[in-house]
Design a protein around this ligand. Sequence first.
Ligand SMILES: Nc1ccn([C@@H]2O[C@H](COP(=O)(O)OP(=O)(O)OP(=O)(O)O)[C@@H](O)[C@H]2O)c(=O)n1
Ligand SMILES: C/C(=C\CO)CCC[C@H](C)CCC[C@H](C)CCCC(C)C
Length: 307
Amino acid sequence: MAATLPLSPINQPHLCPRSRFGNNALTTHRFCSPNFLISSPCFIGLTGMGSASQLRARHSLISSAVATNSLLHDVAATVAVLGGAYALVLSFESLTKRNVIQQRLSRKLVHILSGLLFVLAWPIFSGSSEARYFAAFVPLVNGLRLVINGLSVSPNSTLIKSVTREGRPEELLEGPLFYVLALLMSAVFWRESPIGMISLAMMCGGDGIADIMGRKFGSAKIPYNPRKSWAGSISMFIFGFFISIGLLYYYSSLGYLNMNWETTFQRVAIVSMVATVVESLPITDQVDDNVSVPLATILAAYLCFEY
Ligand SMILES: Nc1ccn([C@@H]2O[C@H](COP(=O)(O)OP(=O)(O)OP(=O)(O)O)[C@@H](O)[C@H]2O)c(=O)n1
Ligand SMILES: C/C(=C\CO)CCC[C@H](C)CCC[C@H](C)CCCC(C)C
């Protein structure tokens, strides 16, 4: 597929046929690349650019230049985000080691910030259709890092200090590993769909805040699950909802999404409620929250925004 130039979508948008999300809940903007413009018949007619074979030669030259440009752009973006991930974990390990924050709070803040910073970083990747796979490479590498350290004899103490509950290496193969797999899955939905970003908003923002608020203010427990509280669940709904709306607005303002805001608020509220109810269920011993919350959110968001 011919790559498109990694141009800012703001000055290149043009409406495309109805998006696959059907009911105008959103219309995805496509971005014309110069590649597209020079091969259009009107451009050829206007400029009299020579014979068809000359034009084809020129077109393939420009296409390969555009593809190379996008490749270099995405490699640089991948390296930058990988560096950001490493720096984030290292920073919280330092804060924990110096007893600035407790290990449990460090884990929760890494849980909240990693995913949200990851989804906010997606616009630095190119406009090519392969860009999402470069972005997905970041959680993939971090997942391999978790597996290697979770299985290894001499695990990386930095990672363990900042992302485990009790400092056991095998903990890396539980919540944290499921977490990065959820990030990888969300990256595949990418910037043109609300589904992946809402999933991260609920898992990182909503579930993360639920833990902090629930531990602090969670005296009134949920009847069907005494390990969870009304304060935690209400916090998850509220923060998950507003972080989701914030991400949808962010990607709309950058031209990647064109949401029908009359219906989007209700749809996001429904999805947030579904995610919050699933998180409150007494199933944590069977299914990690980092599996149940993103999967429930993706299913609910697909149903709400698809039909
Ligand atoms: N709806 C919620 C969610 C969490 N909590 C509080 O936060 C703690 C941890 O919540 P949980 O989501 O189970 O976090 P874990 O996944 O166990 O913690 P971690 O992410 O560190 O693995 C719970 O024991 C509870 O005190 C709460 O009160 N209400
Ligand atoms: C403690 C965690 C989950 C348990 O509920 C989070 C683990 C986080 C990983 C160790 C690191 C993940 C990094 C992201 C894939 C990329 C973040 C990039 C961003 C720019 C910082």
